[in-house]
Write a protein that binds this ligand. Structure first.
Ligand code: BTN
Length: 332
């Protein structure tokens, strides 16, 4: 893996590098260089252009993440909360890695350049091609019971939108419980996984997947409307700067949530909530609820009004209803 990372970090600039120069810099044979290049394109879908007499280049330059630069870029308040930050080349899933890790301090952040089995909500796959988007997870240890964590995933979503807003990303919306959308397309997904014993402390792994530049080859596997930051901003964007901005919001958000709950995040949630007031359907394991979304309560539960009564829901998958579905539901 190290060799592969090294060769990619040389090619990352998008310039031509001859096989000979690469072999010399990496201290390997030219055949070994060629094999690594083939692995990059076959195994990781990174297109490498080979031109006789000039060498190899990436048609699209990429920026690899460097842990020390990310840590150095963090605000002091965030660094104080950080256990450690680790950048990995390829993991099955950063969430899974932290869920299984022992002896890692709370506040650990694990970032992967590539996920082999990225986990989405509801058993979906999170498409995670190499070196183009952001995939990371943060481990946090809470003292209270898991019941107090019902609003945490909303607080995490608000923190992500705050971070993106500071970078000039406008027009973002939040869809309960934690989808981050741009023009109704998914830009970022959040997956919280909990470990804890009744009455004891609770470990929470907060996973964030942000589409920065989704290559077409990978996009074919996505089964929902999606977008990426390059499309939203119409310019390339530094993954390293993004990661710093995200961690600068997320790390301080954890102790804040622990102390004050969802309260410090509620106003922003309401500001960015894109479903409040709209006709929705909520998929529950045994049934589907149809009604009008009425925002959230102070614990982060979704409020839906149906036939004049207002119910609260703590889980489920919502979707907006079309005109036809609305008429159908009214007729029901
Ligand atoms: C969703 O389906 O909306 C949640 C997607 C969460 C994806 C992120 S990527 C980093 C972390 N590791 C995973 O396996 N999943 C989360």
């Amino acid at each position: 893996m190290q060799n592969l990372r090294n060769i990619l970090s040389i090619l990352a600039d998008g310039h031509f590098h001859s096989g000979e120069a690469l072999a010399e810099r990496l201290n390997v044979s030219r055949t070994a260089v060629w094999k690594q290049i083939r692995r990059l394109s076959q195994q990781y879908n990174i297109p490498v252009q080979a031109v006789q007499g000039r060498g190899y280049r990436l048609p699209t330059p990429i920026e690899l993440l460097e842990a020390d630069k990310v840590v150095a870029g963090l605000a002091r308040e965030s660094r104080e909360q950080l256990g450690k930050l680790q950048v990995e080349w390829s993991l099955d899933s950063t969430n899974q890695w932290l869920m299984e890790a022992r002896d890692v301090p709370c506040g650990t952040v694990v970032v992967a350049e590539h996920q082999r089995r990225g986990r989405g909500r509801r058993g979906r796959e999170w498409v995670s091609p190499l070196g183009t988007n952001l995939y990371f997870s943060l481990l946090w240890c809470f003292q209270g019971p898991p019941a107090n964590l019902s609003g945490l995933s909303l607080a995490v979503a608000v923190s992500v939108v705050r971070a993106l807003s500071t970078l000039g990303v406008n027009g973002l919306g939040l869809k309960w419980p934690n989808d981050i959308l741009w023009q109704d397309k998914k830009l970022c997904g959040i997956l919280l996984e909990l470990q804890g014993e009744a009455g004891g402390p609770c470990r929470v792994v907060c996973g964030v997947g942000l589409n920065v530049y989704m290559p077409d080859t990978a996009a074919a596997a996505i089964d929902q409307p999606w977008t990426d930051l390059r499309h939203v901003l119409q310019r390339p964007v530094s993954r390293q700067q993004l990661l710093i901005a995200l961690l600068d919001e997320l790390l301080p958000a954890m102790p804040r949530y622990e102390q004050d709950g969802l309260q410090p995040f509620l106003d922003d949630w309401r500001r960015w909530d894109v479903v409040a007031g709209k006709p929705v359907q909520l998929l529950l394991p045994q049934r589907t609820v149809r009604g009008r979304a009425q925002g959230i309560d102070t614990q982060g539960n979704l409020l839906i009004e149906h036939n004049g009564t207002r119910e609260r829901y703590c889980s489920g998958e919502i979707s907006l209803r079309t005109e036809t579905e609305q008429h159908h539901a009214t007729a029901d």
